[in-house]
Design a binder for this molecule. Structure first.
Ligand code: 6R9
Length: 572
């Protein structure tokens, strides 16, 4: 395949620098550069915030926060005090101890960051929940993790089925005029009274940090546990891949409900002592460009769907804003189309650097570094210290240009440490006790660049968000009119994929547009807005295996007018 390489950005680092780092690269060494060296113990919140608050960076801005109603700025020193206060609130009013799960179900706001860091200071494992989750999704996560505490708002609390969650002891509410009870705590009021001093819990490298739930093609969402030592890789990649420097203003557009919003929306940038912008509220092209101009953003980490939406808003809009401060732009979550790279080169005069990784990997793995030539359509190369390969289903490495499973040699610092309550699932990720198998298919070219081809399973990537078809199908089956449901990702020029559902109705129900709207609303309310099918097609019967499993690959073939392949396992 012939591809045109964009020129390498001029800068003070280049591939030979990386090669040097890689040569004597030693994770323990990186580890020692963090302050755990003396005790061998650490706390991710200390490394992220307090270390800077106790240095000459003390009065440097850590957080620039903005939404439609608020505009606030917090230094590293402020963040230390606010997270200490939050830790004191939790210590006083909950039974949280090291290793207990505390969930945060909040829209982006400064309080989300205070609460998250405060909980980490206590040694709690934090489970961040995306604000769009509805009752079913919230229940699955809190029940599986046996969370003791949830921090949320009075509005979002309506989606927390408190009565069905026996382990949930305390609800910390962020809002106005909260009526406190034994089990209900008014966060704002308690924060005012709490001390800004806190003796944090020192932890081991393998102690828990963050629990992110993510979707597979079967079963309920699974809890991917990351541990304290993950911050080594967050820190290294913040330097190598995000290329964060002393005076950067960094903006990651991801919500902390997803892994990008914690690894690179909290840990990476703040470990590196960088000033970070957080924008609350929903996506709008105007507000986004305005944010870059207003804060003078220099390093920007976003996703292909967002870039495509900005592209769709037209270059005329961009001309109203000054985005000339941007010097390094990165993308994650879905394939970065060459058209988007071309658009970035034209309108921002910037290369867009793709990064490939997953919730399970915890941090960036295969990337377009600033020093590499960009081959549009390729994800780049593994970061130093990581070995990636294409392997067959037996774990044998395949030669260049052969498509297969994208795999990583296990043992990188930010690798997940368990699937909560599900050791079999965890084991099923590995082949030959050597390879972590990603579930993505790809090939490698002769220069060692990796090219994404697709998911091997049926997981849907819509607007960069990972949705398991099984969860959506289960929700659809709860609708009184539906007897069978099969869900696939349908290619979409803006969102990457959209969710399409094929459903069979009960015999006495007639298909109609109202019914489609009703079903969409049902999934939106029960699961999450982004999980609702944008398209619904009625069928008399769905293709199933003899064992009764819906054959999504046949649905996909119907949709794309492709041959359906081997149908030997299909029922008559
Ligand atoms: C960080 C994150 C992981 C899945 C992954 C893959 C897709 C991520 C990509 C990409 C093509 C890239 N993906 N980065 N596909 N190019 N640069 O997104 O985690 O939500 O767990 O999704 O996303 O399919 O397996 P997560």
């Amino acid at each position: 395949m012939k591809v045109e390489a964009l020129p390498v950005v001029q800068g003070d680092f280049n591939l030979s620098n990386y090669a040097d780092v890689a040569k004597d690269f030693d994770w323990e060494q990186a580890w020692k550069s963090l302050s755990a060296s003396e005790t061998g113990r650490l706390n991710a919140a200390y490394e992220t915030i307090d270390r800077h608050a106790e240095s000459s960076n003390k009065n440097k801005v850590a957080l620039f926060y903005k939404d439609a109603n608020r505009k606030e700025t917090y230094t590293f020193y402020d963040m230390k005090r606010m997270s200490n206060k939050a830790a004191n609130v939790f210590q006083k009013h909950t039974s949280i101890e090291k290793g207990d799960r505390l969930f945060i179900f909040l829209p982006r706001s400064p309080e989300l960051y205070f609460a998250l860091l405060g909980a980490l200071k206590m040694g709690a494992i934090v489970g961040p929940l995306f604000e769009a989750f509805m009752e079913g999704a919230v229940f699955d996560r809190l029940a599986d993790s046996e969370a003791k505490v949830i921090v949320t708002t009075p509005e979002l609390l309506e989606r927390v089925p408190v009565d069905k969650l026996p382990h949930l002891e305390t609800i910390v509410l962020i809002g106005e005029e909260i009526e406190e009870k034994d089990t209900i705590i008014d966060f704002k009021k308690e924060m005012k009274e709490a001390s800004p001093y806190f003796e944090l819990e020192w932890l081991e490298k393998e102690d828990g940090l963050i629990l992110h739930y993510t979707s597979g093609s079967t079963g309920k969402p699974k809890g991917v546990l990351h541990v304290q030592q993950a911050i080594m890789q967050h820190y290294q990649t913040a330097k190598w891949v995000l290329d964060l420097k002393e005076n950067d203003i960094y903006w990651c557009t991801a919500d902390p409900g997803w892994v990008t919003g914690t690894s690179y929306g909290i840990f990476g940038p703040w470990l590196a002592g960088t000033s970070m912008v957080v924008l609350g509220g929903r996506f709008s092209p105007d507000t986004w460009y305005e944010t870059i101009e207003e804060y003078g953003v220099t390093v920007w980490y976003s996703a292909p769907t967002a870039f495509r939406m900005l592209m769709g808003a037209g270059d005329g809009l961009l001309k109203k804003y000054d985005v000339s401060t941007l010097r390094h732009v990165l993308s994650v979550g879905e394939p970065l189309n060459p058209e988007v790279i071309k658009w970035g080169a034209n309108v921002f005069r910037q290369r867009i650097h793709d990064t490939w990784w997953m919730t399970e990997t915890g941090a960036q793995m295969i990337c377009n570094f600033g020093c590499l030539p960009i081959k549009p359509g390729s994800m780049g190369k593994p970061i130093p210290g990581v070995k990636a390969a294409i392997v067959d289903d037996n774990g044998e490495e395949l030669p260049a240009y052969q498509m297969g499973n994208l795999a990583l040699e296990k043992g990188w610092p930010s690798m997940m440490h368990m699937i909560w309550n599900n050791p079999e699932k965890y084991d099923s990720y590995f082949l030959k006790d050597k390879w972590y198998v990603s579930g993505d298919s790809a090939y490698m070219d002769e220069d060692g660049f990796f090219w994404f081809q697709g998911r091997i399973d049926d997981v849907i990537m819509t607007s960069g968000e990972r949705v398991g078809p099984f969860e959506v199908e289960s929700k659809l089956l709860e609708h009184p009119a539906i007897v069978e449901a099969g869900v696939i990702g349908k290619p979409d020029p803006v969102r990457g994929e959209i969710i399409k559902a094929f459903v069979a109705l009960r015999e006495d129900v007639e298909p109609s547009d109202e019914l489609i709207a009703d079903i969409q609303q049902f999934v939106k309310k029960g699961l999450a807005a982004h999980a609702a099918p944008r398209e619904i097609e009625f069928k008399d019967k769905l293709p199933k295996t003899r064992s009764g499993k819906i054959m999504r690959r046949v649905l996909k073939a119907w949709e794309l007018n492709l041959p359906a392949g081997d149908l030997s396992t299909m029922e008559d």
